[in-house]
Structures are given as C-alpha cells and as structure tokens.
Ligand binder design. Sequence first.
Ligand code: SF4
Length: 412
Amino acid sequence: LVFGGPAPRRQSIPVDVRWGENVVTVGGGAPVRVQSMTNTDTVDAIGTAIQVKELAQAGSEMVRITVNTPEAAAEVPAIREQLDRMGVDVPLVGDFHYNGHILLNQFPDCAAALSKYRINPGNVGYGAKRDTQYSQMIEAACRYDKPVRIGVNWGSLDQDLLARMMDENAQRPTPWDAKRVMYEALISSAVGSAERAVALGLPANRIILSCKVSDVQDLVAVYTELGRRCDYALHLGLTEAGMGSKGIVASTAALAVLLQRGIGDTIRVSLTPEPGGARTGEVVVAQEILQTMGLRSFTPMVIACPGCGRTTSTVFQELASKIQDYLRAQMPLWRDTYPGVEDMDVAVMGCIVNGPGESKHANIGISLPGSGESPAAPVFIDGEKVKTLRGDRIAEEFQQIVSDYVARRYGR
Ligand code: SF4
C-alpha cells in the first residue's frame, strides 16, 4: 500500500498582495489561496462593499470587483473606505477589460485603492494600439507598486496572435489541429505578456498568470504546460463552470487533478449562483476542495453517512446539517479564539453498523439509532464512549457537547 499524497508544489515566484497590514502571499510555497468575485454593480458602492465583506467573512482571501466604466472606477475608493470602516482588510482586485489603460490612468484614487489589477491581454486593444495600451496598464502597476494577474481566457483570446499562429502552423510539415493551435496561443499570450511586463519594468514577483478554458481535460493540459514553461505564480480556475452540481463537479475535477500535480497557487471556483442564491457558495466549494484534499483546513469537517433503509427518519440528516451550519457559523469567532479547531472532525452517523466505528475515528461522534435499534445515541469523544443521549433534545445536547469540547481542547 502506497500513500502518495500530492506531488511537491511547483516552484513559483511568490507575489505579495496587500492591503494595510494584511499581506496575502500567492505562490512561493504559501498556502493555496482562495479568492472570489462580486456580482454587484460596482457603481453601487454600499452593495458591493457588503458583498465583499460577506465573501471575506466566508473565507475569500482576495475579492475581485469589476471596474468597467468611469463611474465604477470613481466608486472604488468609496468601496475601499467602507470596508476599512467595517474593519475588513481583504485585498481588492480590479477586473479590467478594454479600457483599463484609461481607467487606471484617469482615476488615480481607484488605482491606489486596489491591491491588484487583473489584465486580459486579449482585449487591451487591437493592432498598433495593443502594445501602447498594454504598456499603459503595466506602467500604472509599476507606478502604484501593484501586482497584476495576466489573465488569458479562451473566450477573449488575442485574435492577432491566434491568426499569426494559425498561419505559422499551416506551414508546418505536419500541421497541428485547430484546438492545439488555440491552446498554444493561450499559453504564448500569457507567457509573452508576462515577459513584456517584465521588460516594461514590472518585477516578476508582481506577476500572476492564468489561462482559463471551460473544458476539464483541456484545462489540465493547458496549466500543466503553462506550469512547465514559466515560474510565475498561477491562478487556477475553470471558466464558465456552470450552475449547481455540474459547476461544482467540473471545477473540482479540474482543480483537484492540477493541485494533486502540485500546480496552482490560488484558486477561484466560478459558479453561477441560483437566482437570489448566495455568492459565498463558491468560496465554500473552493475551501472544501482544498480541505478534502488535505491541502488546507478552514472549518471542522462533518463526516456523515448517506443513510439507507436502516434510517427510517430524517433525524440524523437534520442533525448533520444543523451541526455543519453551527460549526460554519462559529468559525469567524472560533478562528482566533480556538486555534487548530479547523482540523477537528465531527461524525454524525445513522445507525450501529458504521456509527460507533466512524465516531471513534473522529474527535467527536454520535451514532443515532437506526430502525429497530434501542432509541439511544452513544456519543464518543477522542475514541471513547462518554455518554448516551436520549429523547427529543439530542440535537441541542450534542451541539452543547461539541461546543464544550472545542473550548476545552482548543482554548488557550
Ligand atoms: Fe445505513 Fe447505518 Fe451505514 Fe448509515 S451507518 S449508511 S444508516 S448502514
């Protein structure tokens, strides 16, 4: 039996993304970072600041906001101010397309209030203007000493570069297929744009790269090759992952393979929320990918069996869900008060078959009675049976036991 674990992390140049005292290092062996993006209109400074705060409290270590118009750029300092007033020091990342060279130069307070700029080399301009406009954005990053993410996306690939590579490829003795040419163009665009930024004076430790596509196998291939060709820190994400379980599964499949290969310094899970659904869902999924792979710990894990014909009521599913919600809700407070609590496991099991065994492996576990079993729920702490709960207040009593255990075990 061989326990492999993930491959050693790819060596990358560390990039500090900072706001005030908060320095989030990306790459260079730092923990894989979780980030997310708002979906509010940036012109709505209050609404955007509230969503940024929610994402930060959910665990997003950087939050990106759209900066698409002069009106949006004008509001960025107000968003930053609101966050500072609320004591939220999460770094803000400005997402620029088409007009970033104008906005960063005409709105210096916006350029200063952001902690990082996302630049898409596929839409900084066309023809002769491309180089000038790209240079203006990089010069702004140098002037304000901000890192940039050079984010290439197959939906907005540099068409001049693609056309040139199509021509060059047509002259090969054995031409590549169109897909290979496109992905080569994606990687060339990212690496070439980074080299151009360095030539313009932006240090390599201010550059993060991404190359997003929406197909799982293609994303794995593109990032594996991108990681081989450069040592910049890499931002991973499956673009347009989609809604619900499809988006979660596709993102997890793609990111898990890359992370297992040691590739990736920061991740975003791009999920389309249900109408009216919380934006924070993508942060939870990103954290769960990293935690279930054993790469980071964010919140205590609840281990629950799926239930089967031996569970004739929904009591244990309700208890598992209540305990998971309770643990998540406590984390903003517990994170500082009880260091290490994020590594705790809590088992909530449906019957005697696997209940006691699984509960003994967890820090705390409860085995609820299945059908035909006596109506008693043994509780295990650190492998030992400590008591048996009965009656209709099992959920409340178990929650209290968890809370007491946390204070005893993780309190300073
Ligand atoms: Fe079914 Fe019991 Fe296994 Fe849960 S622990 S899945 S209730 S047999």
